[in-house]
Design a protein around this ligand. Sequence first.
Ligand SMILES: Cc1ncc(COP(=O)(O)O)c(C=O)c1O
Length: 363
Amino acid sequence: MSEPGPSTRVVRAGLPDPEQGEPFLPGPVFAAPFHLSGDPADAENVYTRYGNPTWGRYEEAVGSLEDAEAVLFSSGMAAASALLLTHLRPGSVLAVDEGCYLNVRRLARTHVEPRGVEVRLVGSEELADAARGADLLWLETPSNPTLEVYDIVALAELGVTTVVDNTTAGPLLQRPLDLGATYSLTSATKQMSGHADLVLGYVTTRDAERAQALRDWRRDAGAIPGPFEAWLAHRSLATLAVRLERACDNALAIARLLAARDDVEGVRYPGLPSDPGHEVARRQMSGYGMVVSFDLGSRERAETFLAAARLVTNATSFGSVHTCAERRARWGGDAVPDGFIRFSAGCEDTADLLADVEQALNA
Ligand SMILES: Cc1ncc(COP(=O)(O)O)c(C=O)c1O
């Protein structure tokens, strides 16, 4: 059989071999300690902070999507903390792109820098220069919320240990490790789980020692996922490819509608041929994701749009089956105008969504 396609891979990812009378995906294992006699080194399960069979299955599943080892954490930010704090020591240098997720920037500035790490937080143009001589390079592509696209191959070729925050794309649309990154980080809170009902994150790498260092960190720092969240995320993984297909189609249709209007500015979607990131995105992504961003010119108009839209939930996440959007400047911390909207297309019928967005824009 030729290489299975993405839908085939996610439907069976991480499932145990069939056993008579057993479920396809065994239920979550709720345990703090496990029965243990003798030497813990010989036991598979000892204590859930050290490891849990439910996470193990989900890690196998998401790892298989990037042909790598996956290490699961209680959130995307717990995964980001693990990466930064296992790598950086007093005197280390971290190069980070200024457009990346605001909590990652805040983590670097307020918790990493005071520990004696030089943090070079720079714009996209200066990122390659800042990376020279750095111990870790952190980039996010497409970035949240401005959807800048970075050339992973070109940056990884600098030879610095490179982390790609792959959250907006996810492993079915972009495989950073194939493009030279050392680590790929995904917040599984978004489309990986896809139902706006849990928080999780993970890191993948093809380096066994680095994966072990992350597992050791998780055991010692205690940023462990709950078995129920891991199980729910695993259950939802089976529909990832079909959900993405609809959400990406919807995002492109919305981006086209927005780009055709005179009263909407700064539409960004890497799937639009006119987008500044399109050429690089076309080379390194197999789909362009569900997030679209645009500027409605003022806070008032953005708020009117959000209040008038019936199929667009005003909320701060993305990647759910429910279409969501928010006026991003309400948080502060991102270099975006007051009327800037981050829009995440869901899985509703395209015609319904287009009609709703249009009436909300006209409101
Ligand atoms: C690009 C990106 N990275 C990391 C995170 C953090 O993920 P979590 O909310 O699961 O901690 C987010 C959350 O929005 C994100 O958008």
